[in-house]
Design a protein around this ligand. Structure first.
Ligand code: SAH
Ligand code: TMP
Ligand code: ZN
Length: 406
C-alpha cells in the first residue's frame, strides 16, 4: 500500500486513471515510440487528510529547459498576479528594505511587479527556458529546485525574507517536508509565506478531475496544510478563495503565535468538514462522478462524429492530458487542438497524439464545436471568441457537467 508523503500513514488509492504520459510533454512524431508513461493514481490519507498521487515521474522529466508552460500566456493571470503583488506590498512588506522570494517564478509574471516597484526580490525557477524569459525582463532568478539546502544558501547570501510567495508550485513538490523546513529557515520571524494552489474543495464540488496530473503531487485543503506546517512551528493565519485555475485557495502562513489568526481559517475548516473532505466516502463518490463524466463526454463526442461534425480542442492545457488519455479521445474525434503557445504548436498532445496547431487555424476555419480544454480561462476565452458563436459554433464543456453551451 502506498505511504502518505506527509504523515507516512498507509492508504489505498481511490482512483486510477490508467497509463498517463507527462502532462506538458507535447512531442513530435519521431518521439512517439519512446514516450514515457506511468500509472496516474490518486489517494486520500485518512490520517492527515492530504490527497496525493501515489506515483510521480522524476522532477527532471517534468521541469527542464523545454518546459512548455509559460505563465504569461494568460492576460487574466497577469492581472491576477499584479493584484496578488499589490496586496503583498500593501499588507505584508512593512520593513525598510523588504526582500521577497518567489518559488516557481516561471517567466516572471508575479515578480515583475516587485521588480518594477524597485523591491528586492529573488525568483527560484528550475525550468531554464522560462527562467531565462524572467531574467531577460530584469528579474533576479536562480535556476534551481527549491528545497531546504537552497533555502539556507539564500539566507547566507541575501538574508531572510519578509515574504515568500508561491503560486501553483507548492502542490508540485513531493518533498514538501524539505520545502517546509526551508521556508522555516528562510522566513523572517515576522515574515509570511503566501501561496495558492487549486483547491481540493473545488475539485470535489465540480468533479474537475483534470486538475489531477503528474505535476500536481498534492491537492490541498486548509486541514492538510495546517497539519503540515504545524510540524514546522508555523500556522495558517488566513485563507482566501481565488477564482482562478478553476478554483484555488490562497493560504497565508506565519511562524507560530506571531500574527493574529483570521476567523476565515476556522470557517474554512468547518466548511471542509461539511463538504466531507475528511472522509474517504467523499472520494469514492468523486470517483463515481469522474466515471460518469467520462461516459457522458464520450457519448457526446461519438454522437457528434456520427453526425459528421467537426470538433476542435481549444487550448492544449496540461489538464487536457488527463482528459484525453483517461477518456481515450484521439484525433478521430478531435481534429486538432488550437493553442497560442509557440512551443506547443506543430507538436502532438501527450499520449493521444492529437495535432496541436496555431490559433489562426481555428479562427480561419471555425469548426462546428470547440471542446474547451481551457475551461478555467472560460471567461477570457468566451469574451474574445464571439465571432465563433456568431458563426454558429458551439462550445462543449465538461466541468462541472458535460454540456453543449447553447
Ligand atoms: N507560478 C507560476 C508558474 C506555475 S507552474 C504560475 O502560477 O503561473 C510551476 C512552476 O514551478 C514551473 O515553472 C516549475 O518549473 C516550477 N517548479 C517545479 N518544482 C519546483 C521547485 N522545487 N522549486 C521551485 N520551482 C519549482
Ligand atoms: P493552463 O490552463 O494550464 O493555464 O494552460 C493554458 C494553455 O492554454 C496555454 O497553452 C495557452 C492556451 N490558451 C490558448 O490557446 N488560448 C487562450 O485564449 C488561453 C487563455 C490559453
Ligand atoms: Zn497523511
Amino acid at each position: 500500500m502506498p505511504q502518505c508523503l506527509i504523515c507516512q500513514a498507509q492508504f489505498e488509492p481511490f482512483i486510477s486513471f490508467g497509463k498517463m504520459p507527462i502532462a506538458n510533454g507535447f512531442l513530435s512524431a519521431d518521439q512517439f515510440t519512446d514516450e514515457y508513461f506511468f500509472e496516474l493514481k490518486a489517494g486520500f490519507c485518512q490520517n492527515c487528510n492530504m490527497v496525493q498521487l501515489t506515483e510521480q515521474p522524476d522532477r527532471e522529466m517534468m521541469f527542464h529547459q523545454d518546459y512548455a508552460f509559460f505563465s504569461s500566456t494568460s492576460t487574466r493571470m497577469g492581472i491576477h498576479f499584479r493584484q496578488f503583488a499589490e496586496l503583498v506590498i500593501k499588507d505584508y512588506l512593512k520593513s525598510s528594505d523588504p526582500f521577497v522570494v518567489e518559488l516557481g517564478s516561471n517567466d516572471g509574471i508575479m515578480l515583475q511587479n516587485f521588480a518594477g516597484a524597485g523591491i528586492r526580490h529573488l525568483g527560484i525557477e528550475p525550468s531554464a527556458n522560462v527562467a531565462q524569459v524572467a531574467i531577460e525582463k530584469g528579474i533576479a532568478t536562480i535556476c534551481e529546485f527549491f528545497d531546504e539546502a537552497l533555502a539556507k544558501r539564500i539566507v547566507q547570501e541575501h538574508g531572510q525574507a519578509d515574504a515568500i510567495l508561491a503560486a501553483n508550485v507548492m502542490c508540485h513538490i513531493p518533498y514538501l517536508h524539505s520545502v517546509a523546513a526551508g521556508i522555516r529557515a528562510l522566513l523572517k520571524p515576522d515574515g509570511v509565506l503566501i501561496f495558492e494552489d487549486p483547491y481540493l474543495g473545488d475539485i470535489v464540488e465540480k468533479t474537475s478531475y483534470d486538475q489531477i496530473y503528474d505535476e500536481h503531487a498534492f491537492y490541498f485543503s486548509a486541514a492538510s496544510i495546517s497539519y503540515l506546517f504545524q510540524q514546522y512551528g508555523m500556522e495558517v493565519i488566513d485563507v482566501m478563495p481565488q477564482n482562478v485555475h478553476g478554483g484555488s485557495m490562497r493560504y497565508v502562513i506565519a511562524h507560530k503565535a506571531k500574527k493574529r489568526i483570521s476567523p476565515a481559517v476556522a470557517a474554512q475548516r468547518s466548511k471542509e468538514k461539511q463538504l466531507g473532505l475528511d472522509r474517504r466516502q467523499t472520494f469514492e463518490q468523486l470517483r463515481r462522478n469522474i466515471e460518469s463524466c467520462r461516459r457522458e463526454l464520450m457519448e457526446l463526442l461519438t454522437r457528434l462524429r456520427e453526425h459528421r461534425k467537426r470538433i476542435v480542442g481549444y487550448a492544449a492545457t496540461s489538464k487536457s492530458t488527463t482528459v484525453t488519455n483517461y477518456c481515450e479521445i484521439t484525433a478521430d474525434l478531435v481534429e486538432f487542438i488550437s493553442d497560442t503557445t509557440p512551443i506547443k504548436q506543430g507538436k502532438y498532445s501527450p499520449g493521444t497524439h492529437i495535432p496541436v496547431r496555431p490559433y489562426h487555424e481555428f479562427a480561419d476555419n471555425f469548426p462546428d464545436y470547440a471542446l474547451l480544454f481551457g475551461w478555467n480561462h472560460a471567461k477570457e476565452i468566451f469574451a474574445k471568441e464571439q465571432e465563433f458563436t456568431k458563426a454558429g459554433g458551439k462550445w462543449i464543456v465538461y466541468v462541472p457537467k458535460v454540456k453543449v453551451l447553447e
